[in-house]
Design a protein around this ligand. Sequence first.
Ligand code: 15L
Length: 269
Amino acid sequence: KPFKRLLLTGAAGGLGTVLRQTLKPFSDIIRLSDIVAPADRPKAEEGEELILCNLADKAAVDQLVAGCDAIVHMGGVSVERPFEEILEANIKGVFHIYEGARRHGVNRVIFASSNHAIGFYRQNETIDASVPRRPDGYYGLSKAYGEEMANFYFDRYGIETVSIRIGSSFPVVKDRRMMHTWISARDLTELIRCGLVTPQVGHTIVYGISDNKRVWWDNRLAAHLNFVARDTSELFREQVEQQPMPAADDPVAVYQGGAFTAQGPFETL
Ligand code: 15L
């Protein structure tokens, strides 16, 4: 197995629950972490460690990272929320992860970035990983920030990251937008594996999508990862096309980030 101890943050979340299973073959021990215990299997099982940790707690994250040889950082808030919540879990969280990596000599991070870092590009545009970010909310901003943090920790400390701008990773394609953005759990697992084992990735940004028919994202700048998707959203086309067409000016049909572009403002005063 390529790793002795792999850290998976966000292990109780939607993707973490799946990755807990699928990343197991890559490491002798998988260290699972989240702010709450996973609802389905709340105890560590064979080959697992489970550590409850608030990503906003720097000392706790430092201990969490100690002893690991790579990090798959899926933790944090995964939807649009008021800035104050995003600040704690995502912005402080990603800083604490990188500081832990620096202090404990961890040289490889997989960062769960998101399409919402570029969500204000339009659906009639095709973009690669070199375009300026266009975050579509505080959540997207936190992902843009995490990617810049990955740049900095590589330039300054040589810590390597693959930031995966995940499209939509759910068991099924739920709407027309996801025909373009969907990635299966199997393809996401393979992309994470490529990100973990490819030598010399520096900071690579890659779009996390399956082999969908019409896509907005061009992964040529991540070709060195040798990622080959095996699944496609086409399997869901018939089902999805039974849904009514959204209005032409509905954000779900205009922007790559879909409905996230129209959330807020949040009145937190
Ligand atoms: C995300 O970043 C969210 O975590 C997820 O819940 C989906 O909304 C996804 O993006 C998406 O854009 O479909």
